[in-house]
Design a binder for this molecule. Structure first.
Ligand SMILES: Cc1cc2nc3c(=O)[nH]c(=O)nc-3n(C[C@H](O)[C@H](O)[C@H](O)COP(=O)(O)OP(=O)(O)OC[C@H]3O[C@@H](n4cnc5c(N)ncnc54)[C@H](O)[C@@H]3O)c2cc1C
Length: 479
């Protein structure tokens, strides 16, 4: 019997736990979770009967094995499943709010855009787009990446300010690799093809994630999937310890991990292990690890993240009709990056469907002015911006609010990220250590890819394979 410790009860950690729990004769599995909740960044928080996710969390994947796994864990409602543990099938509807008008997302060269921008501006957009096709830039920055795909005019309207809002850096100072990861395959050409295909009812061979039309959503919020997964894993013998933070990783000079120290209710506990799967941020993993060379520690310490504050705001009435799942808020007049309308995801997200339950997202840095503000001050800003965007008439429309601060919401591809391969090589030298998930690999993985890293790690554990490239290759061009 091998003792497996898994750090983190988010999608990656719980997928690994569930997959390993199918072999109770081989593995004794323990999951350590520092927070009081299951689901990691994909959790659903309940506040006064209203439920909110961390921003919009839709289940969409191109990986058939992941889709089938979701459907087994929670059957889709359309397949005549009923009750509370079902996946709702939703048709994605998201737009951009810019200068008081709604634009399609991704922005399209269509009648809505024409109407919103006016003839002159649209001509400029089209002209600058074709110019970018004729005179492609050498891609040294994210700015070059966007301009090559959308033209300068569209870039300056819809990408420049928004990217800076999300990442806290101008696209000129961000590597083009970020774009390749985030908006893989999405360009003016793809957007145009998609429009033409729709007009003539031609199905695209390959759907880009950013253009996904339908998605699944658990009836009680994104986190419900992970609550169900945890319950099924526990049934199979997995132990999950909440409020339990892994603080020290015991690494022998030959690389073997022989245990983890965790802290729980002020007590330090040593857990020996034969195998360790870690979905905690790789920066923290290295910080808590023994026998790490200085240059490797420096790479891990320098890895950057973007943090997030998400604010649930309960209002009695919206001024505008917003049937969207989420809306991108463009323009420098507000700090808000996006907002979600939970009413449009599932009626079970609200205690009283007469209200509107919104989730506003503010991208920030842990410890900056916004982050350290009191909840009341943050809510004041959010409410002021809702009024500014004409979503509500006055602050009196707000009945309640709830704030969640999310550390390391986005692993960023700047600074020492350029040396991530050296870090990976060091981590791979520990044969019994598997880095999985989003922050576990410092990769911009969504739920599906975070799960795939767990699938691959479990495959290797079962087959005894030492080469971990399959685990790291998830969500890269090489797979
Ligand atoms: C705003 C936003 C919107 C998103 N929308 C979508 C979407 O629509 N669709 C989609 O597929 N994906 C979406 N994602 C991505 C999705 O949230 C992640 O891919 C997914 O949650 C990653 O799962 P994970 O298990 O790797 O990591 P996490 O969810 O980060 O879970 C890691 C867990 O480890 C725990 N942990 C950390 N350190 C320790 C420690 N020292 N000891 C013990 N436990 C520890 C954490 O508390 C956490 O619970 C979104 C992300 C954000 C930020």
């Amino acid at each position: 019997m091998q003792r497996v410790v898994i750090i983190g009860a988010g999608p990656a950690g719980l997928t690994a736990a569930y997959e390993l729990s199918k072999f109770p004769e081989k593995f004794q599995v323990v999951v350590l979770e520092e927070s009081a909740q299951l689901g990691g960044i994909s959790k659903t928080v309940e506040y006064h009967g209203n439920r909110m996710d961390i921003g919009p969390h839709h289940l969409y994947t191109k990986v058939a094995a992941v889709k089938a796994w979701w459907e087994r864990m929670m059957p889709p409602e359309e397949n005549s499943a009923s009750g509370d543990e079902v996946l709702l099938k939703k048709n994605r509807f998201t737009r951009i709010l810019f200068k008081g008008k709604f634009f399609d997302y991704p922005v399209k060269l269509n009648a809505t855009t024409f109407e919103n921008l006016g003839f002159g501006e649209t001509l400029k957009v089209g002209g600058s787009y074709f110019k970018s096709l004729l005179f492609a830039r050498q891609e040294k920055s994210l700015e070059d990446f966007f301009i090559n795909r959308f033209g300068k005019k569209l870039y300056s309207m819809f990408f420049e300010g928004y990217t800076e809002k999300v990442w806290g850096r101008h696209p000129k100072n961000i590597s083009p690799e970020w774009g390749a990861q985030r908006v893989k395959g999405l360009s003016g050409v793809v957007v145009l093809k998609n429009m033409i295909g729709k007009a003539f009812n031609i199905k695209p061979k390959k759907v880009e994630t950013s253009l996904a039309e339908t998605f699944y959503y658990p009836k009680f919020g994104s986190g419900q999937l992970w609550e169900v997964t945890a319950r099924e894993s526990i049934k199979n013998g997995v132990e999950i310890f909440l409020r339990t933070r892994a603080t020290k990783i015991h690494r022998k000079p030959d690389g073997t991990i022989d245990g983890v120290t965790c802290e729980r209710c002020g007590e330090k506990i040593f857990l020996p292990c034969d195998i360790l799967l870690s979905s905690m941020p790789v920066k923290d993993l290295i910080a808590g690890m023994d026998a790490v060379p200085d240059e490797i520690r420096a790479i891990a310490t320098g890895l950057p993240y973007r943090d997030l504050i998400t604010i649930g705001v309960l209002v009695e009435k919206l001024n505008l009709s917003v049937p969207d799942h989420w809306v991108y808020v463009q323009g420098g007049d507000v700090q808000m990056g996006r907002f979600v309308v939970y009413n449009n995801w599932s009626p079970c997200m609200l205690s009283d469907a007469k209200n509107f339950w919104l989730g506003l997202e503010y991208f920030c840095r842990e410890g900056d002015e916004l982050w350290t503000n009191s909840d009341e001050k943050i809510a004041e800003l959010a409410i002021e911006e809702l009024v500014k965007k004409n979503l509500i008439t006055s602050p009196t429309a707000v009945k309640d609010f709830h704030i969640e601060r999310v550390k390391k919401a986005y692993p960023a591809y700047f600074d020492t990220y350029a040396r991530i391969d050296e870090l990976r090589k060091f981590l791979d030298a520990s044969a019994n250590l598997f880095c999985i998930g989003r922050n576990g690999q410092h990769r911009y993985n969504n739920i599906d890819h975070s799960m795939c890293t767990a699938f691959e790690a479990v495959k290797n554990i079962l087959s005894g394979t030492n080469d971990k490239s399959n685990v790291w290759d998830v969500n890269t061009e090489s797979n």
